[in-house]
Design a protein around this ligand. Structure first.
Ligand SMILES: [Zn+2]
Length: 474
């Protein structure tokens, strides 16, 4: 039918689709059912814009989207709206750049399970405004490679994906993680995942310095970058070995454990952080090492908050998204946190983690963010990224700075800031349309109406509705 229609158009002497539209594959049916805006030229009128660069919000703006990119941004009335543009009045709404989630797994855990969420994770990320993710440790690398391909071809709705291979760790690694025992192991494995399409490598807690150094060297030879959730190797040591990014901030940094043995992950070091002075020379030296070598830090406050008693606020939408068994698992482990003897992160340590990240950024460090939908299961893909926004504000960032951390800074870490990460002319039209004003009222961050990815507008509530009751299962 389609071939016949195209042939008929040519016969009538009518132009086919525009060039840019032809360069993008046709939307698959699974994607198309969530699309509410698909036009060669779109004009978003009368909207507040927070552009992601740290600039103050701009009122009553017009954004013109042409062929998937931002064609113009400026005060409504001063920007020319091309004839034939699909015009949408967004009075009372705010536009933010699509979020770049740097610790955004497509698998998920509770205290009782780990599940690959091919169906619900990409949908919830996109619905929440996360238009780009780095998976930062795969449980099912091939599931992610296939998912990325389906999203790139517009067959599946979801964020643009940067994938890592499996978690690379030491001899005590369990489950789906890959154990690396020698530098030779490290080189062979990194070269393999590079050949399969991974663009990042992710270390886990028990890798040795010798293995890490070899893996980083091999990764860099293949043009890959490297990050890690560390423990056996401290932040300063990893910076010395050439790592590009460090995950999770303070609660995984063993720089300050006086009893630490080289290459071993010290037991219970997290609790000692309660006594750490965040303004001490030791902390400053970590910041200096990272900033000198341009090593970024990824904030994942939403997952740590799950282990702090009486946090986070219990959201109905989170419970609704979970399958019934997962809901029970989450509520049970959440209740257990307040009981004596349970593993929990003391509020004082959590507060220091907030301070550690804020001071790092204020010292000139590059801080980005991601949800990490693991732990006891309460930080869901996308929803947890939004919760990060409130936690970054709690840490001391202004709302405008928090948006910058979640968008522009993520793209800078990926090395793709020239293509997206801010509301700027010439970049992809990756835009979050929010009802209300999340700058004045941070909780409004949840009121996502439409998410544009490369100019295609997805209906957020419809996406969320489609995965109700399945998180933790598929
Ligand atoms: Zn993780």
């Amino acid at each position: 039918m389609r071939t016949y229609f195209a042939a008929a158009m040519v016969a009538l002497g009518l132009p086919l689709l525009g060039l840019a539209a032809q360069s993008r594959p046709e939307l698959g049916s699974r994607t198309k059912r969530f699309v509410t805006v698909e036009a060669p030229v779109v004009a978003l009128l009368h909207v507040r814009v927070v552009d992601g660069t740290g600039t103050a919000p701009m009122e009553d703006q017009t954004i013109v989207i042409a062929n998937g990119k931002i064609g113009a941004v400026g005060r409504t009335g001063t920007v020319t709206v091309p004839a034939g543009a699909k015009a949408i009045d967004l009075t009372g709404h705010t536009i933010l750049p699509g979020f770049v989630g740097l610790h955004d797994h497509t698998f998920y855990t509770t205290s009782n399970r780990a599940a690959q969420l091919d169906n619900s994770a990409p949908v919830l990320y996109l619905a929440s405004g996360v238009t780009t993710i780095r998976t930062t440790g795969s449980f099912s690398p091939y599931a992610e490679i296939n998912l990325k391909r389906a999203i790139d071809n517009w067959r599946y709705p979801g964020p643009r994906m940067y994938i890592t291979g499996p978690y690379l760790t030491g001899e005590t690694g369990m489950g789906e993680m890959q154990q690396l025992l020698t530098p030779e192991d490290a080189r062979r494995v990194v070269a393999y995942w590079a050949s399969e399409g991974a663009t990042w490598i992710k270390f886990y807690t028990t890798v040795s310095r010798a293995v890490m150094g070899a893996a980083i060297d091999e990764a860099h030879k293949h043009g890959l970058k490297v990050t890690g959730h560390l423990c056996s190797v401290s932040f300063r040591e990893a910076v010395g070995l050439g790592i590009d990014n460090l995950e999770h901030g303070l609660i995984t940094n063993t720089d300050y454990d006086a009893a630490k043995t080289p290459d071993l992950c010290p037991l219970g070091f997290e609790a000692k952080l309660a006594n750490l002075d965040i303004n001490s020379e030791g902390v400053k030296s970590t910041y200096r090492a990272m900033i000198d070598k341009k090593v970024a830090m990824t904030s994942t406050l939403a997952v740590f908050e799950l282990f702090v008693p009486n946090r986070p606020p219990l959201e109905q939408r989170v419970l609704d998204a979970m399958s019934p068994e997962v809901r029970t698992e989450y509520l049970t482990s959440r209740a257990r946190l307040s009981q004596p003897g349970a593993f929990a992160i003391p509020e004082v340590v959590f507060k220091k983690a907030l301070e550690f990240e804020y001071n790092f950024a204020k010292a000139g460090g590059l801080l980005a963010a991601g949800v990490d939908p693991t732990g006891n299961g309460g930080a869901l893909p996308g929803f947890g990224d939004q919760r990060n926004y409130e936690l970054l504000i709690e840490a001391g960032f202004t709302p405008v700075e928090a948006i910058q951390v979640m968008s522009a800074n993520g793209a800078k870490v990926l090395g793709t800031y020239d293509r997206y990460g801010s509301v700027s002319v010439g970049k992809f039209a990756d835009l979050i349309v929010i009802r209300g004003n999340p700058i004045a009222t941070p909780a409004d961050i949840r009121n996502v109406v439409t998410v544009f990815k490369e100019g295609i507008g997805f209906d957020s509530p419809m996406l969320i509705e489609s995965v109700k009751g399945v998180v933790g299962v598929r």
